[in-house]
Design a protein around this ligand. Structure first.
Ligand code: NDP
Length: 339
């Protein structure tokens, strides 16, 4: 049995679908109430691989909302994550993905120090961030879509916003290995971490976001931002491929410009319909088949019987593990979203 721990995009979104999640009484409630709400299993899932294997899973709604971070409700945010993990473990789920912000909160607030949640002693080997599969999918999206736009990856400038993050560092390692000539532009806020990462990578240049954006043929957004930001497409190169892997999205508004192509980053499409409702509630175009790559990682670990924290800790994503999870992804019928 696999598990998915997730959260909704914002308070407004949470209120609008509370009824469909099975708790209509939450629809009228504000952030204070959501800060108190316990985790709940709101979806039972069945997934069939193209090999014919069938697995079952559960979606645990953590009731975390990104506003808890932007409004400094850190205690509530951390409680949401550990309570959801304890809930998954109580239901005997073998391997559970910590989706979106839940893994970021786990890392940022050192939640590995908290083992005991009421009568549950957390066993971290039952959880994965899913970030190795996400990094793999983003690299495939770059490799498959950029050439179609006429971007030559051997000589392109690629900006990674969130380069020092878990997913960002994995993507940068892969780019540096696969395209040694690439002009890699590393962006984040903490300059010391950027310099250290640049040294570890042995390539790339550190630039402020505003300086780097007009230089980039490909822009990968994997920054942990509770709210998306605005960028002016006119100031970008044309053609420009933008891969927005943030959840919530790093871009605040939809970009419509003939020279700029925006892809939903870190999203996969399964070859067969998945029996669930959660992606419909998250407003995905093809909710029976499209899903976050981190969720798909838990499914892959379950298909393969790898009941282990495959992606764990920060900045540990290796090229070998990306290749390993990538091969499992192809084997079971997942494809990176390319449109
Ligand atoms: P991490 O916390 O490990 O890394 C976040 C990175 O973003 C760091 O480099 C951080 O550096 C940088 N950052 C944060 N805020 C800003 C900002 N305002 N401007 C520039 N850089 C910023 O996060 P993850 O790698 O785990 O996740 C990254 C994103 O991917 C998140 O939005 C997450 O929700 C999403 N995600 C998507 C998945 C999918 O399946 N599609 C799966 C898992 C996560 P610094 O603090 O120095 O700025």
């Amino acid at each position: 049995m696999f598990g998915l721990i997730g959260h909704l995009t914002n308070l407004e979104h949470a209120q609008s679908i509370a009824d469909e999640l099975g708790y209509p009484e939450y629809a009228e409630q504000g952030l204070d109430f959501w800060c108190m709400a316990p985790p709940q299993i709101v979806d039972e899932i069945k997934v069939r691989s193209i090999t014919g294997q069938v697995i079952e899973g559960r979606y645990v709604e953590s009731c975390f909302l990104p506003e808890m971070l932007s409004q400094n409700r850190f205690k509530a945010a951390t409680r949401k994550v550990v309570n959801a993990m304890a809930h998954a473990q109580k239901y005997d789920i073998d391997i559970t993905a910590l989706g979106g912000f839940t893994s970021i909160i786990f890392e940022n607030f050192n939640l590995d120090q908290i083992r005991d949640i009421r009568n549950v002693s957390l066993d971290f080997s039952r959880f994965t961030t899913g970030n190795t599969h996400t990094a793999y999918v983003i690299t495939r999206q770059i490799e498959l879509v950029a050439p179609k736009l006429g971007i030559d990856l051997e000589r392109a400038s690629i900006l990674v916003c969130g380069a020092t993050g878990d997913i960002g560092s994995g993507v940068c390692r892969w780019l540096a290995h696969r395209f040694p000539q690439v002009d890699l532009i590393l962006v984040a806020r903490n300059q010391q971490r950027l310099q250290e990462f640049q040294q570890e990578l042995g390539t790339g240049r550190v630039l402020p976001l505003a300086t780097g954006l007009p230089l980039a043929d490909v822009i990968v957004w994997v920054a942990s931002m509770p709210k998306g930001m605005e960028i002016n497409p006119v100031e970008l190169k044309h053609p420009c491929l933008i891969i927005d892997g943030g959840y919530p999205k790093n871009l605040g508004t939809q970009i419509q410009h003939p020279g700029v192509r925006v892809l939903n980053g870190g999203i996969v499409e399964h070859s067969l319909d998945i029996d669930w409702k959660i992606m419909k509630l998250l407003n995905y175009d093809v909710p029976k088949r499209q899903l976050f790559a981190c969720f798909a990682e838990a499914m892959l670990l379950e298909f393969e019987g790898w009941h282990t924290n495959f992606s764990w800790g920060r900045n540990q994503i290796s090229l070998e593990k990306m290749a390993q999870i990538g091969a499992a992804s192809v084997k079971h019928g997942f494809r990176p979203l390319l449109t």
